[in-house]
Design a protein around this ligand. Structure first.
Ligand code: 6PG
Length: 263
């Protein structure tokens, strides 16, 4: 039985603020390279918010990345129209998807704007591979992850894989992946930059594992790509210092060469 990598310690790569986007893009490219060693579709769930934007922008120009086997899902979405400035889908299309020539069938948008939100969440869950190959995540300064906020009942959801939630932050109505999906993803990459995330990062990576007060703990055993500001309060968590180039690729390879039977 393959060692359950989720019980291992986090892998933390720290970059300078200037290099964070490039280091994170390289980490994503390295993980896609490992996934590509196994036949079949590679499922990637994209993070929302503002941190991923410069990282996504780096990807289209990178050597050796082919996207024809990649299909995209989302970690969460606000209940807004797809062309709304608040839409995570809109951000991802502008920064990445429209620039790598993927066709519509490769993009699974969360239709969070639908009135029948619970049905939309259920239908989205049916489209979601189990497990996801790559899950990209951000972290809020309050420790939220995707649209799982501290104290949310959705943090106790163990059956449904996608739910609608009421967020404390605007836009309040959101669709989000649930804890089982975050825990089961093969490669989890958490992207965080800026001093305002330092406290949430240390609460996520050190101390108790209970996600109720810090949902980002759900991805503790993933790979965390931080800039030095976001990492500035880490005491006991070992970290490596990212630098451009291939060396880092070994840092982020979980070594989970999955036996994927799925298409
Ligand atoms: C969202 C995101 C959310 C995000 C954090 C960090 O829809 O807002 O999915 O979980 O990752 O809020 O956001 P920033 O990257 O903008 O700081």
């Amino acid at each position: 039985m393959e060692r359950d990598l989720r019980t291992r310690e986090p892998r933390v790569v720290v970059a300078t603020p200037e290099e964070h986007a490039g280091v994170a893009a390289d980490a994503i490219a390295a993980v896609l390279g490992v996934c590509a060693e196994t036949p079949g579709c590679i499922s990637v769930a994209l993070a929302g918010g503002s941190t991923p934007r410069p990282i996504y922008r780096e990807l289209p120009g990178m050597e050796g990345l082919t996207w024809d086997r990649v299909a995209f899902w989302f970690g969460d979405e606000r209940a807004v129209e797809p062309d709304d400035p608040e839409s995570n889908h809109r951000m991802a299309r502008a920064a990445l998807l429209d620039r790598i020539g993927v066709h519509r069938g490769q993009i699974h948008r969360m239709e969070a704007e639908r009135e029948d939100g619970d049905v939309a969440a259920e239908q989205y869950a049916l489209s979601l591979p189990d497990p996801l190959d790559v899950l990209l995540l951000g972290i809020g300064s309050d420790g939220h992850m995707a649209s799982l906020f501290p104290g949310s009942p959705a943090l106790q959801e163990e059956r449904r894989r996608v739910v609608f939630v009421k967020a404390p932050a605007e836009p309040k109505r959101r669709m989000t992946l649930t804890p089982p999906v975050i825990r089961s993803a093969v490669f989890r990459i958490v992207l965080a930059r800026g001093r305002e995330k330092a406290d949430a990062v240390v609460r996520a990576l050190e101390g108790p594992l209970d996600p109720m007060t810090c949902p980002a703990r759900l991805a503790r055993s993933g790979t965390w790509i931080l800039d030095s500001d976001a990492a500035s309060r880490l005491e006991s968590t070992p970290r490596s210092f990212g630098e451009p180039g291939v060396e880092r690729r070994r840092d982020v390879n979980d070594g989970t060469a999955k036996k994927r039977g799925k298409g």
